[in-house]
Design a protein around this ligand. Structure first.
Ligand SMILES: *Cc1c(COP(=O)(O)O)cnc(C)c1O
Length: 346
C-alpha cells in the first residue's frame, strides 16, 4: 500500500534503519568477502559489545525476527508438557501464531489479565500453583515483556518481586525485550540490572524496532542453559548465512549508546504525543506513557476521518482504544500534524 504520509504511528517497525546502523551495514558490505554463519569479525565484535553492555559472559545469538527469538528462547527452557506463565496481552500470546508451542513441540501458555499488561507476583503465584500432578501441564517458565504491549514498564523492584516468585517455583525467566531499550531509557537502570542481575535467564533483546532492518538478539546469561541452542536456530531456519550484514548493523546500534538514544527519542516523542492529544485534542490516554506507545480512546467516526486523511494506526483495543507508536525517527512535525487533524475532525 502506498503511504500517503511520510511518517505514521502504526508501529515503530514502520520506521527504517537508523543512520548509524546503516553506516556499519554499508561498511561491512563493502569490505570484501567474509566467512558465513557468524564466523566473522563483525559478529565477534557485536557479541563482545553485548557482553560488555550487559556486564556478562553470556551466549549471544542473532535470529531474523522477534517471534523466532521468543519462540526459540522459550523452547530452550520448556519441555512439550510444560507451560509458560505470561500476560494475556503479551506478544507470545496474541501475536506469534502459536510460535512458542510449535518451536517447543507442545508447551502451552498460562495467562493472567492483570492491569496495564503487567503481571503481578500474586498472579504468577496463582498460576504457578494452579495445577499439581500428571494430568496437567507443568509450569516451567515465566515470560515478562519489557516494555509491555501497552507501553508500560516494570520498575526494578517490580521485576525483582516477579523473578523471586518465579525462582521459588523453579521457573526460568524469559524476557521479551522487543522494546527493552525503551524500558532501559525509562528506568535509568543498567541493562544488567534490568536483566541478569534481576533474575532474567534469557533476554530477547530487540534491535529492529530500535533502528535495524532485521535481526533480533537472544542473550542466554547462563552458558549451560544455551547447550545446543545453535541446532534449534539452524533447524528452524534462523541461522543467517550472511550474519555479518546483521551484526554489523547491530554494532552501529551498540556503539556510542545509539540504541539508548534512539529509545530516549522515541519515548520523548510518545510523551509529547500524549501531551498534545490530551491538551489540544481532548483525547483520553488509557495507560501511563512509560515507553514509546500511546494508547488513546478515539471515537470511531474520528478514527475513520483520520484514516481518510491518510493516517494509519491500529485500533488495538476495539472499538475505541487506538495504539500510537513512536519510533527513533518520529518528528515533532508529525505529532503536530496528527494532533491538529484529530482536533479538526474530533
Ligand atoms: C514486535 C514485537 C516482537 C517481535 O515481533 P516480530 O514481528 O516477530 O519481529 C516481540 N515482542 C513484542 C512485545 C513486540 O512488540
Amino acid at each position: 500500500m502506498n503511504n500517503p504520509k511520510k511518517q505514521q504511528f502504526a508501529s515503530d517497525n514502520n520506521a527504517g534503519m537508523c543512520p548509524q546502523a546503516l553506516e556499519r551495514f554499508i561498511e561491512a558490505n563493502s569490505s570484501g568477502h567474509a566467512t558465513g554463519y557468524g564466523d566473522d569479525a563483525w559478529t565477534a565484535r557485536a557479541t563482545a559489545k553485548i557482553n560488555e553492555l550487559f556486564e556478562c559472559d553470556a551466549a549471544v545469538f542473532f535470529v531474523f525476527n522477534g517471534t523466532a527469538a521468543n519462540s526459540l528462547a522459550l523452547a530452550q527452557i520448556t519441555k512439550p508438557y510444560n507451560a509458560v506463565i505470561a500476560h494475556g496481552f503479551s506478544h507470545i500470546q496474541i501475536d506469534e501464531a502459536g510460535g512458542p508451542s510449535y518451536m517447543s513441540g507442545g508447551a502451552t501458555l498460562m495467562t493472567a489479565d492483570t492491569p496495564s499488561a503487567k503481571l503481578t507476583p500474586a498472579a504468577v503465584e496463582e498460576l504457578a500453583t494452579k495445577f499439581v500432578g500428571v494430568h496437567h501441564v507443568k509450569p516451567a517458565a515465566l515470560s515478562l515483556t519489557q516494555s509491555t504491549e501497552v507501553g508500560t514498564v516494570y520498575a526494578l523492584d517490580e521485576l525483582r518481586a516477579l523473578t523471586s516468585v518465579a525462582k521459588q517455583h523453579n521457573l526460568r525467566v524469559h524476557m521479551d525485550g522487543a522494546r527493552f531499550a525503551n524500558a532501559t531509557a525509562t528506568t535509568g537502570a543498567t541493562p544488567a540490572e534490568l536483566s541478569s542481575k534481576s533474575g532474567v535467564d534469557i533476554l530477547c533483546f530487540g534491535g529492529v524496532k530500535n533502528g535495524l532492518a532485521v535481526g533480533e538478539c537472544i542473550i542466554i546469561f547462563d552458558r549451560d542453559l544455551a547447550e545446543e541452542f545453535e541446532w534449534r536456530i539452524k533447524q528452524s531456519g534462523h541461522l543467517n548465512s550472511k550474519m555479518r550484514l546483521v551484526t554489523s548493523a547491530w554494532l552501529g546500534l551498540l556503539e556510542n549508546d545509539t540504541w539508548l538514544n534512539n529509545a530516549r527519542h522515541a519515548n520523548r516523542m510518545a510523551q509529547q504525543l500524549a501531551d498534545a492529544l490530551t491538551k489540544k485534542a481532548g483525547a483520553e490516554i488509557m495507560y501511563p506513557v512509560e515507553a514509546n506507545a500511546v494508547f488513546a480512546r478515539i471515537p470511531e467516526h474520528v478514527q475513520s476521518a483520520l484514516r481518510e486523511k491518510g493516517w494509519s494506526f491500529y485500533t488495538f483495543l476495539p472499538p475505541l482504544g487506538c495504539r500510537l507508536m513512536c519510533a527513533w525517527d518520529t518528528e515533532e512535525a508529525t505529532i503536530d500534524e496528527f494532533t491538529a487533524d484529530l482536533a479538526a475532525v474530533g
